[in-house]
Design a protein around this ligand. Structure first.
Ligand code: 13P
Length: 253
């Protein structure tokens, strides 16, 4: 059975002290009331080592929001996959639409990042999703398929088992405009079909596909009720313990 996962993406929020306090509070809340899904928090690089010391890793996984497309060396300001791993992190988000749009991350660059992350024993949360104009033109499936092909199709089936996919329609991110559960289900089923075609049905069945984009405690249960939605990648609502826990608890009856 594939994993149910709720992952938080803190983006560029929280000072070190605020982030450590949030992780501590979340850890206390989830220790007192254990989740029935996997929980991951993805934080800015500077928080990773400190947050790693505050969380029970059997309850909360830790991840970065990015890593470099190079191994090491003269790349001022970059953080390598090996550095991320050395903090205690087990995951890295790659291909987020904000990285693609604001930092020029292409499918080819992302392919390098994915390869380096996997080589350094990090699990990858790989984001895909269309912008509004692409959805309005009915091109969302084509766009998402190209994103998968461009960065993941040279992986082996074994490597792909360490990749979690996150469908994040760009028009739903931070806008309060969630995809309907039917839109999410349609796309997730399509994505699973693309993975099945390339890597085989058994691999596709085991691949967790998360939904991201204005996911909140009030809509998480409905989204997670769909057969191909295996959890969420949460932005704004991951910054408050009550909201994030509300989404985690959507997996409970
Ligand atoms: P919001 O939940 O704030 O819409 O962000 C989603 C997201 O981009 C997670 O990676």
């Amino acid at each position: 059975m594939r994993k149910k996962i709720v992952a938080g993406n803190w983006k560029m929020n929280k000072t070190l002290q605020e982030g450590v306090a949030l992780a501590k509070d979340l850890n206390a809340a989830l220790t007192a009331d254990k989740p029935v899904c996997d929980v991951v928090i993805c934080t800015p690089f500077i928080h990773l080592a400190s947050v790693n010391n505050e969380i029970d890793k059997s309850i909360i996984g830790l991840g970065a929001e990015n890593c470099a497309d190079k191994v090491s060396g003269a790349y001022t300001g970059e953080v390598s996959a090996a550095m991320v791993k050395s903090t205690g992190a087990d995951y890295v988000i790659l291909g987020h639409s904000e990285r693609r749009a604001y930092y020029g991350e292409t499918a080819a660059i992302l392919k390098e990042k994915v390869n380096l992350a996997l080589a350094n024993d990090l699990k990858v949360i790989f984001c895909i999703g269309e912008v509004l104009e692409e959805r309005e033109a009915g091109k969302q499936n084509e766009v998402v398929k190209e994103q998968l092909e461009g960065s993941l199709f040279e992986l082996s089936a074994e490597q792909l088992s360490n990749v979690v996919l996150a469908y994040e329609p760009v028009w739903a991110i931070g806008t309060g405009k969630t995809a309907t559960s039917e839109q999410a289900e349609d796309m997730h089923a399509f994505i699973r079909g693309v993975i099945a075609e390339k890597f085989g049905a058994a691999v596709a069945e085991e691949t967790s596909i998360l939904y991201g984009g204005s996911c909140k405690p009030s809509n998480a249960k409905e989204l997670f009720s769909k057969p191909n939605v295996d959890g969420g990648l949460i932005g704004g609502a991951a910054l408050e313990v009550a909201d994030f826990k509300g989404i985690i608890d959507a997996w409970k009856n």
